[in-house]
Design a protein around this ligand. Sequence first.
Ligand SMILES: O=C(O)CCC(=O)C(=O)O
Ligand SMILES: [Fe+2]
Length: 330
Amino acid sequence: MDTMNQGTLVPERALLDLTLTGAERDELGQVAALLADAGRRLVDDREWLAQARELTSRLPLRLREVVRRFRHDPGDDAVMALRNLPVGDPGLPATPTVAESVERTATVPAAVAVLISLYLGEVVAYRDEKSGALVQNVVPVPGREESQSNAGSIPLELHVENAFHAHRPDFVGLLCLRNDHSGTAGTLVSSVRRAVRLLPDDVRDVLFQPRFVTEAPPSFRSANSVEGHPVLEGMPDDPNVRVDFNATSPLDDTAKAALELLRTAFLDVSASLVLQPGEMAFLDNRIAIHGRTAFTPRYDGRDRWLHRTFVHLDNRRGLAQRADGGPVIS
Ligand SMILES: O=C(O)CCC(=O)C(=O)O
Ligand SMILES: [Fe+2]
């Protein structure tokens, strides 16, 4: 994959990396424009969401094929990359600079992010994070440069999204509207399928035990009960991962050493996925972990700007915590 700067390229990547043709881009743009209705509609409106769900059947065929393939098996990297999506620059407004920024208006890029997410599964959000908006802006915020959140610009530690949460996303979608001025800021991605092969059996055994706790990130305002959990779960050779290297703490010294070895293994097999405008990555949040390289924001309206979405595979997941069975989890 051309934007994977480090790490190894495996043939299977090509199956999960799709560049739309001009005709496919127009096809998707037309469906998105219908949903946007010249910016007169709102993303978080339940009727809008229902219409978007229906319209996923009109997405370009090759796009539906790659999404279906990814859902069945996300490959060793657990990342799907989609390119040449209609995000419409020139014509984009200035990159937002405020904290907790979200996209409530059904713009074409917001519609594109939601349409693809809804073909993959069910779009969800968290009431206590960015006010439960389904499309969130990932932008650098003045004064937050050093924060371990997506508002920062120093390196962001590798993490599973909302690792502390029982109903964390199955997938995270990141659609690039603008990259940073140097065009080099990258989403750091790494996969437990690759990392686990580097770990001795005794280290794996410790990671499979409930000897770790994970706290809520700063972007979350709710308190949560902190219970011991394993970092690896499921199949010994193909586990799911639950870790945030900024928020997960070991409960004893052996667990601490194992966690450090896991972090090193993840870094050894990580790659920087440099998203350019019109490119969207989906990460399987059970297998892939992600972070971000450092960059220098200018706060001039042309800074890096991503739209983020969260996807669940099961619409009954966390139902008791979702008001009126809607997409927002409390
Ligand atoms: O900025 C990025 O590429 C990813 C930031 C991040 O971890 C997130 O928004 O969840
Ligand atoms: Fe993240």
